[in-house]
Design a protein around this ligand. Structure first.
Ligand code: ADP
Ligand code: 5SP
Length: 481
């Protein structure tokens, strides 16, 4: 038995690149064991992963935790949002999942906006304006390109639902992740049957939306995972909503997350509705809201630029007047799904380190442009920005965010806030506590605060100028897409 003070809980983060697992002492928040296993994502025109890989990665990550997982009293899964998982009548994937960063459904997104009343009506009805990331557009793409896959589909799930269902045998989701589908009405908090009918998706194929704090099932004795039979399973949620739980986030504090995706968000008590589509009006995993903007090109894109230049990701140099828009995967914020990367201002004396700095600047510029939009009007604009995700460990990321935001930046020591948030949700179903209060009790957001520096308005204006002048190029299709 472990020497933990309280019961043990397991928090899972099944994100784009890997599945991470933390076994946490519910009394103190101490991480007693951890594991991580990678996934593969297809390259080329689409972005797909086989959901069975996520289950295998979960198993591997749990086995890395030794006996600790077997002692856990509850588990919860946070996962990459929006991915379309289609299952047949035996629960097996019909085809690989279409992921959040697959932009092939951009034409279907545009069509859905036009067909169902325009952007304002969508934002008011569902909190989001369809863009290629959202599940409803992926289902419409599948119906158009692979009608045989649609015919074979007996259940539609999100990534976190898929793993939760394999744990419990029951099809469930939560309001946080359901709010990223495009078929969940944020005003009534129910599935929107008219939208579902429009895209030809039978509501009976969708998971039940569990209540915050509900035990949605118990772990089945399937012999594959090192859990004890009967371990309680919490609803889980999308990865950004899980990180908000993991930080014990209160309204007014902005978060910038640097992973495969870049996201900027805050908790709000008001239901968001942005007809420009820049801010997605997601629900959080408790009962509040999570206005959020997301970019497709963050750490992977900048790491790719470093690799092309043959230099370390920290080898940045100041003084650049080069602009690099690192839209290697197309982009969602700004809404340029067909864009590719663009470089402007190259000179004989430009160094590789300056080019790399320009890639960081381009990635951070898009996120900071949405920062004020995710905050309520009365939020304190000088409060520290919480910096999380794999990139938050990097000094070049920290310094770029500091310079381009002009705000103090707090970097929580706890690295895995999505998994910690899931663990807090699991602890909440055991004790009846609010999971965000659990995370605050665990003091998960603690970490150094980097003081504010003067905002580099010159760089921000230069990037905005190139973005605006290059609009026709950025909207142009390249041969691969
Ligand atoms: N020390 C570090 N410095 C900068 N970036 C890092 C560091 N460690 C990891 N990363 C970046 O973090 C990314 C993974 O972040 P993560 O939040 O785990 O991604 P995801 O949740 O999308 O799978 C990698 O792409 C890598 O570039
Ligand atoms: O699409 C979004 C948010 O709307 C992404 O944030 C995904 O949820 C993927 O997250 P990571 O794997 O990058 O953490």
């Amino acid at each position: 038995m472990s020497a933990a003070e309280g019961p043990l809980v397991v928090g899972v983060d099944t994100s784009t690149q890997s599945t991470k697992v933390l076994v946490v002492d519910a009394a103190t928040g101490e991480v007693v064991a951890r594991g991580q296993a990678p996934h593969t994502v297809s390259t080329g025109a689409g972005r797909e992963s086989d959901p069975r890989q996520w289950w295998e990665a979960l198993s591997e990550a749990l086995h890395q935790c030794g006996d600790a997982a077997r002692e856990a009293a509850a588990v919860s899964v946070g996962g990459q949002q929006h991915g379309l998982v289609t299952l047949d009548d035996r629960g097996a994937p019909v085809r690989p999942a279409l992921l959040w960063n697959d932009v092939r459904s951009a034409p279907q997104a545009r069509r859905l906006v036009e067909e169902l009343g325009g952007a304002k009506a969508w934002a008011e009805r569902t909190g989001i304006v369809p863009a290629a990331s959202f599940t409803v557009t992926k289902w419409a793409w599948l119906a158009e390109h692979e009608p045989e896959s649609v015919r074979a589909t007996a259940a539609v799930r999100l990534p976190h639902d898929y793993l939760t269902e394999r744990l419990t045998g029951l099809g469930t989701t939560d309001r946080g992740d359901a709010s990223g589908t495009g078929w969940w009405a944020s005003g009534t908090e129910t599935y929107d049957e008219a939208i579902l009918a429009h895209v030809g998706l039978d509501p009976a194929l969708l998971p039940r939306v569990g209540r915050p704090g509900e035990v949605v099932g118990t772990v089945r004795d399937n012999g594959e995972l090192p859990f004890s039979k009967g371990t309680l399973v919490a609803p889980g949620t999308g990865d950004n909503a899980a990180a908000a739980l993991g930080l014990g986030l209160l309204p007014g504090t902005p978060v910038l997350s640097l992973g495969t995706s870049g996201t900027v968000y805050a908790v709000s008590t008001r239901r968001p509705s942005d007809p420009t589509g820049t801010v997605a009006g997601f629900a959080d995993a408790r009962g509040d809201w999570l206005p959020l903007a997301c970019t497709l090109n963050c750490t992977l894109a900048v790491d790719r630029v470093a690799a092309l230049l043959g230099i370390d990701r920290e080898a940045v140099e100041p003084g650049t007047s080069v602009t690099l828009l690192p839209y290697l995967d197309g982009e969602r914020t700004p809404d340029l799904p067909r864009a590719s990367g663009l470089l402007h201002g190259l000179r004989h004396d430009t160094t590789p380190g300056q080019l790399l700095q320009a890639a960081y600047d381009g990635a951070v510029h898009s996120l900071l442009g949405a920062l004020d939009l995710v905050l309520d009007e009365d939020a304190d604009r000088s409060a520290p920005l919480l910096l999380i995700g794999g990139g938050a460990r990097g000094r070049a990321w920290q310094e770029t965010v500091r310079r381009l935001s002009g705000r103090p930046v707090q970097v929580p020591e706890a690295g895995e806030l999505v998994a910690l948030g899931a663990a807090a949700q699991a602890a909440g179903v055991l004790t009846g506590e609010d999971p965000a209060a659990v995370a605050r009790r665990w003091n998960t957001a603690r970490g150094p605060v980097l003081e504010a520096v003067e905002r580099d308005d010159t760089a921000l204006a230069r990037i905005a100028g190139v973005l605006s002048d290059a609009a026709p190029l950025l909207e142009r299709e390249t041969d691969q897409h």
